[in-house]
Design a protein around this ligand. Sequence first.
Ligand SMILES: C[S@@+](CC[C@H](N)C(=O)[O-])C[C@H]1O[C@@H](n2cnc3c(N)ncnc32)[C@H](O)[C@@H]1O
Length: 305
Amino acid sequence: MGIISSKKSSRSSSPSLSNLSDSSLSQKEPFPNQDDSDQIYPFKRSQLEQMELWQLHHNLSKDTWGDHFIAPINEWLKIGGVKVLDMGCGSATWLNDVALEYPLSKFFGVDIQPLIHKRLPSNVEIIQADIKYKLPFAENTFDFIHMRHMILFFTEQEWSYSVIPELIRILKPGGYLELAEADIEWYNVSPTTRLLISAAHNIMRQRGIDPFIVNRIYDILHSTEDLTSIYHKIYEAPIGKWAKHGEKLLYICSRFFATSRIPQCKILKISEQQFDEYLNQFEKDVEIFKTYCKSHRFYAAKKFI
Ligand SMILES: C[S@@+](CC[C@H](N)C(=O)[O-])C[C@H]1O[C@@H](n2cnc3c(N)ncnc32)[C@H](O)[C@@H]1O
């Protein structure tokens, strides 16, 4: 288990740190009222449960990748004056840690929901907005944009025609965009695990979400023609106690299934009691089959043209 592959394309370009423009905070179009979290969440969870899982996932991400990002921006961040956006920041776990580490840079978090988060460092600002609409920032605002774990929220059309183009619009020429996504496909699976994961795929498809979109992200980034030096790295992440860091991921995966209990039961035509039996079986099987999934990271620089 570990980082198994990386891909790189095109020429590299150097970053620009000068002319840090202030973001324009006027919102051009309204975003929908998100009181009903069902509108955006394919799987039902309470906000506290979400926060607990995001924190766990955040810790796991740091453990497996060794840092909070892989784009070559440490030195800029240390020097300071760099503007960073965490898109879909959730409860700001990433922002909190990175902003504390680089106090001379300025961090923005954008989320569609007004989420609860702990007291944040003074160099962090949170803004509520929807990436599918125009974001309240001027063109060429950010030196670095990070976006993580958004696979459940966008259709392929949205990735290609609204999300990625909007992120590129607000990224400075020479600035870096980094995406971190977990694969919703698992490997070395038992028949029970296959049933559960296939049902989860069906729930996603019912919402217009492609469960395999992570395999298209590199091509989507490439096809914009605005990005260069595109890297794709994959980490094989064990699910279960059979390997290092696997226990945390097993917990996250079990919660992932448990929060989709009702739709899973409908799709699999089973009772909730049977579903619990499947879930118990899944937790045992991952140890025997040595089940794993893949964690993907992409980064790219915006061209200077
Ligand atoms: C799975 S969470 C990930 C949170 C955070 N990136 C992390 O890694 O801890 C996804 C976040 O994206 C937000 N989100 C979903 N759709 C969005 C949209 N269209 N615009 C902005 N944020 C969105 C959700 O509200 C949620 O906080």
